[in-house]
Design a protein around this ligand. Structure first.
Ligand code: FAD
Ligand code: PYC
Length: 405
């Protein structure tokens, strides 16, 4: 049927790199493209390029399971992720591109007293921060998510759940493409198949540009949004990052008619699940336990995840799985991101999102653009410094990270 379609216009240009730009973004994922969009739209910088070593969205942005929520514990995180959710709520209109944002609710199951106390603490803390989150009894959880097995006889019985009704999912490719089209329309050059191989610095230590597989490109401002490869890119400027990179896997089932109404996560039984608009069950769990850049993971992780899904949803036992894949996630010691300036003048970094950066995309891109344009952090990202690993002022969000890493 696609053969019949003709005369489609390109959504973004395919320009050759210019010798120099006012600003460069390394990494054409949703965060990098989003930052370029907001730099052009809100800060008037139009002479910008996004450099992507492969194809845009080919990294974690196109590999993630698209869960969006802002039910984080600490004030700093709540402000950052809620900033993102508010932007998600208007993003399709902002970009004039349907990102299929669906606020179908994110349900986080409690299976033991620790979970109950921890999730209730999150509910109270979130509400103090003006973020919706509510505690559901076991029966209320079942009513919200009818396929859920609430039998008291299973190994980890469901004791209750925290529900963020404004949480949900979005279409990951559409987010990448929407930001790319929007940025391109504002004059941003999106340059694919262009790997950055070195970061050049002048006699005063400030950045002067990059070497790439498509030649040298000059710039006085460089923003790094390279997710799992951030340590490697930052090492090009002599900056050692407090990051470890792990594979994180996901898988989808054969498509079936709508049968799963929400997003459900269980850290104790160790799986999460939603249903895509195509009908596939979208499933995942925690990271693999070893550091790697292999972009695939161990099969035992997948089988363990499916064991957990079958325990929580016995009716899915006969579903066939269609495909699985992995991405490389960049994990900080406190499981919170780093967004800000670096010790190198003109070099900015946005990383450390680990297993949970998709949900932050619009908020992260928005405050990163502000930081690059003004050479100072936005109040929302001010606490998320690289320096906190030296000062010890950590934002320890391990409990809210929701998938083990
Ligand atoms: P990416 O999309 O990875 O973009 C970085 C880009 O940098 C890549 O395209 C890469 O090719 C490019 N790059 C790297 N090195 C260079 C170089 N030297 N030169 C040029 N380009 C370079 N988050 C959630 O919030 N919810 C979820 O449900 C969720 N599920 C996930 C499931 C899986 C399986 C995975 C892997 C991740 C998941 N995440 C989730 C995390 C989320 O995907 C990431 O935090 C987010 O996509 C990061 O976006 P990004 O734009 O920073 O990274
Ligand atoms: O951060 O909510 C999350 C998440 C879910 C799956 C992977 N990350």
């Amino acid at each position: 049927a696609l053969n019949a379609h003709q005369g489609w216009s390109r959504q973004w240009r395919n320009p050759a790199p210019k010798p120099a730009y006012d600003a460069l973004i390394i990494g054409g994922g949703s965060h990098g493209l989003g930052a370029a969009y907001y730099l052009a739209k809100e800060h008037g910088l139009r002479n910008i390029a996004v450099l992507e070593k492969g194809w845009i969205g080919g990294g974690n942005s196109g590999r993630n399971t698209t869960i969006i929520r802002s039910n984080y514990l600490f004030d700093e995180s709540a402000a950052l992720y809620e900033h993102a959710v508010k932007l998600w709520e208007g993003l399709s209109q902002e970009l004039n591109y349907n990102v299929m944002f669906s606020q179908r609710g994110v349900l986080m199951l409690a299976h033991n007293q620790h979970d109950v106390q921890s999730f209730k603490r999150h509910v109270y803390a979130n509400r103090l921060n003006g973020i919706d989150n509510e505690w559901l009894t076991r029966d209320e959880a079942k009513a919200f998510c009818p396929p859920l097995n609430i039998s008291p006889d299973i190994r980890y019985p469901v004791l209750g759940a925290a529900l963020q009704r404004r949480g949900g999912t979005a279409r990951h490719d559409a987010v990448v493409w929407g930001y790319a089209r929007g940025a391109d329309a504002l004059g941003v050059d999106i340059i694919q198949n262009c790997e950055v191989t070195a970061i050049n610095r002048g006699p005063d230590g400030a950045v002067t540009g990059v070497e790439t597989t498509r030649g040298p490109i000059g710039a006085k401002k460089i923003g790094v949004s390279a997710a799992g490869h951030t340590s490697m890119v930052m090492a090009m400027a002599g900056v050692r990052m407090p990051l470890e990179s792990f594979p994180l896997q996901a898988l989808v089932s054969e498509p079936v008619k709508p049968c799963f109404p929400c997003v459900l996560m269980s850290n104790a039984v160790h799986a999460y699940i939603s249903q895509s608009d195509k009908g596939e069950l979208v499933i995942g769990a925690g990271t693999d336990q070893y550091v790697s850049y292999s972009q695939q993971g161990g099969l035992h992780i997948t089988t363990h995840t499916l064991d957990a899904i079958c325990e929580l949803f016995p009716e899915f036992t006969r579903m066939k799985m269609l495909r699985n894949w992995g991405g490389i996630v960049d994990v900080t010691p406190d499981r919170s991101p780093i967004i800000g300036k670096t010790p190198v003048k003109g070099l900015y970094v946005n990383c450390g999102w680990g297993t949970g950066g998709f949900k932050a995309t619009p908020g992260s891109a928005h405050v990163f653009a502000y930081t690059i344009a003004r050479d100072e952090p936005h109040p929302i990202n001010a606490p998320f410094t690289l320096d906190r690993f030296r000062t010890g002022r950590l934002i320890d969000e391990a409990a809210a990270a929701a998938v083990a890493h």
